[in-house]
Design a protein around this ligand. Structure first.
Ligand code: PGA
Length: 240
C-alpha cells in the first residue's frame, strides 16, 4: 500500500491529479465512486477542475459502491441523490453512464448482476473508497467473505448509528443496503482510499499495519497490488 499524508487540501489535490491523468490518458475510463462525508472535498475539487477545463468526464462511466435498500433517487438520503447532487450535476458526465446499485433489488442473484454490468463496461480502472470506523469498505461489514460480489447486507448497529446524522432519527436509517462485494472492489485495477480526521486513526492503523483479515475488511486491500491511501495528518496519527 502506498500512503500519502498531508493536509486534507494537499492530499485531495494529489488524488484529483490521478483523475486528471487517468481521464487524459483514457477518456472512457471506468470510475468506481463512493459516498459519505469523506469524498465531498474531492468531488468539489473535481468539479472545479472540470469547470476550469482541466479534466472532462464526457466519455467516462461510473459505478458507485452501494445504495440503501428501499430508497430511490428522489429520496435525499439515497446515494443516487448524493451523487447527482455532489458530483454528476456539477461536471460534464453523461447521466446514462452513471450507475448506482438499485435499492430495489429483490435478492443477491439480482444484486450480482451489477458485477456483470461492471465487467461489460471493461472493469473499474480506479475505485474510490472511504472507510468506516469498523473498517468497512462500501457496506462490506467485518467478516464479509473475500469472494463476495455485489450483494444485500444487513447494516450493523454501529454503521446505522454512524449514519443516523443524515436522517431525522435512527428509526429512519434503512436496515439493509446493497453493496459491491470485496471481490468486486479487489478487481478494480487501482484503488484510492481517502480518510480524514482523528476518528479514523485507529482503523487506519489496523488497515495498514494489521494482518489482512476479514474482521477488518479494509486490511484486505494489502493484498491488492495498486492501492493508495490519501490521509490527513489526524487520520495518519497512529501509523508507526
Ligand atoms: P464517511 O463514511 O466518509 O462519512 O466517514 C465512510 C464510510 O462509512 O465508508
Amino acid at each position: 500500500m502506498k500512503v500519502i499524508v498531508g493536509t486534507q487540501e494537499e492530499v485531495v489535490a494529489q488524488a484529483s491529479q490521478r483523475y486528471v491523468n487517468l481521464l487524459a490518458a483514457k477518456p472512457d475510463a471506468v470510475l468506481g465512486l463512493a459516498t459519505g462525508s469523506t469524498p465531498l472535498s474531492l468531488y468539489a475539487e473535481l468539479a472545479r477542475l472540470c469547470a476550469a477545463g482541466e479534466l472532462s468526464f464526457a466519455e467516462c462511466s461510473t459505478f458507485n459502491l452501494d445504495e440503501y435498500i428501499g430508497l430511490d433517487g428522489t429520496n435525499e438520503q439515497s446515494y443516487r441523490y448524493f451523487m447527482d447532487h455532489n458530483l454528476f450535476s456539477k461536471v460534464d458526465i453523461k447521466m446514462e453512464r452513471t450507475h448506482v446499485p438499485s435499492g430495489f433489488v429483490k435478492d443477491d442473484a439480482e444484486a450480482a448482476q451489477y458485477d456483470a454490468l461492471i465487467d461489460e463496461a471493461g472493469g473499474i480502472d480506479l475505485q474510490l473508497l472511504g472507510i468506516g470506523n469498523n473498517g468497512h469498505i462500501g457496506f462490506n461489514e467485518p467478516l464479509t467473505p473475500f469472494t463476495s460480489v455485489t450483494h444485500i447486507v444487513k447494516l450493523t448497529d454501529s454503521t446505522r448509528e454512524a449514519n443516523k446524522r443524515f436522517f431525522s432519527s435512527l428509526d429512519e436509517v434503512p436496515t439493509h443496503a446493497v453493496t459491491m462485494g470485496i471481490h468486486t472492489v479487489m478487481k478494480a485495477r487501482s484503488i484510492n482510499l481517502l480518510a480524514f480526521g482523528e476518528a479514523k486513526a485507529e482503523i487506519i492503523k489496523k488497515t495498514v499495519e494489521g494482518r489482512p483479515d476479514i474482521a477488518v475488511p479494509a486490511s484486505l486491500l494489502q493484498l491488492h497490488e495498486d492501492v493508495t491511501l490519501y490521509l490527513d495528518r489526524a487520520a495518519a496519527a497512529k501509523l508507526s
